[in-house]
Design a protein around this ligand. Structure first.
Ligand code: ADP
Length: 326
């Protein structure tokens, strides 16, 4: 008899989920399994939105951001009674293996679910914030960085023509990864992230001197955990520079999945299905130092995510006021 395997998306969507769904369906069939979709995350598990998936469901989706099967957060899944209903639904379809695209909250929920129901799962880290401890890379990050790069490049065109300071706010919750990589790769003058505390008033003398020597616009990248309006006001009051804030917001979540995210989706899903077939039953597939490996939720969520120390050292040399070139 054919083995059944299901996939769902939980929490924030990312570009890369659709390429993952496509690989999931194709690889499950290649392994002689019947793939299923669960719509709308854990809500769909509880409401039995579980259907067999076919090639037709995934044709043409590799170019699209978001997720064709929907994603959700679910308060009900926090309650044992609803998890029990979810388990019954899966079992009624003969499904005992599940691939979950989500964050560490989703994996924590799945771990409970596994211990209660015996249904095996593999978590694939998926968030543009890249803030999951235990993996260097999360699905969707590269596409988000590409979207931010495009936006900053375009803002630079107007900033340079109109001699303004542009303060650009990126997503990332409490993690400065998106802001930092974007600031470095876009040639920004300023980068403010929670991991590197900076008093912006310490830039005043240096920037004044740069303006005297001909600098006529600024690009500042600010992580969403910090106050971009305050930074903008500082440019106006301290430097007399007209300033505008651009909050990039949810455009960072969407867009045509990058080559790298398509490849990572392909690899994450392939190794996840292989490991589930081999009998691993509650794990998260992580990517460290160019290798895939399997970790438990306790290993993944043991510490809060920390930015790579080497990157932080480079960033301090670039962005601390004490290194500002007059
Ligand atoms: P993320 O997966 O991005 O970290 P959340 O923390 O919002 O996002 O978790 C997503 C969903 O996972 C929640 O809406 C809830 O359904 C489920 N979940 C999170 N933590 C638990 C838990 N301790 N027990 C059961 N379910 C949980």
């Amino acid at each position: 008899m054919k083995q059944n395997i299901a996939i769902l998306c939980s929490g924030g969507d990312v570009s890369g989920m659709n390429p993952a769904l496509k690989r999931f369906v194709e690889y499950a069939y290649a392994k002689g399994m019947q793939p299923y979709f669960v719509r709308n995350g854990y809500e769909g598990l509880i409401d039995n939105q579980i259907t067999p998936a076919s090639y037709r469901d995934v044709s043409g989706i590799i170019t699209r951001g978001g997720t064709k099967i929907g994603s959700a957060r679910s308060k009900r899944f926090m309650e044992p009674a609803f998890r029990s209903l979810a388990a019954e639904n899966l079992k009624s379809h003969g499904i005992d293996k599940l691939v979950v695209l989500g964050g560490d909250g989703s994996f924590r929920g799945m771990e409970r679910f596994y211990h209660e129901s015996g249904i095996a799962f593999c978590g694939i880290p998926s968030t543009i914030d890249n803030d999951i401890n235990g993996t260097d890379y999360c699905l969707g990050v590269d596409t988000a960085l590409g979207v931010i790069k495009e936006a900053i490049d375009q803002i630079r065109d107007t900033a340079s023509s109109f001699h303004r300071a542009f303060v650009i706010e990126t997503m990332g919750r409490n993690c400065g990864y998106l802001a930092l990589i974007s600031a470095i790769t876009s040639g920004a003058e300023m980068c403010l992230i929670p991991e590197i505390p900076i008093d912006i008033h310490e830039y005043t003398d240096c920037y004044r001197s740069q303006i005297e020597k001909g600098r006529d616009y600024f690009i500042a990248i600010v992580s969403e955990a910090l106050n971009s309006n305050e930074v903008s006001q500082w440019f106006e009051k301290e430097l007399g520079f007209e300033s505008r804030v651009t909050v990039l917001g949810h455009i960072q979540r969407g867009g045509n999945p990058s080559v790298y995210d398509r490849l990572m989706a392909y690899k994450f899903v392939t190794y996840a299905i292989d490991a589930l077939i081999e009998g691993q039953n509650h794990f998260i597939i992580c990517y460290n130092k160019s290798h895939f490996n399997f970790k438990t939720i306790d290993e993944v969520a043991l510490h809060p995510y920390q930015l790579d120390e080497e990157l932080l050292t480079l960033a301090r040399e670039q962005f601390l006021p004490s290194h500002c070139q007059m």
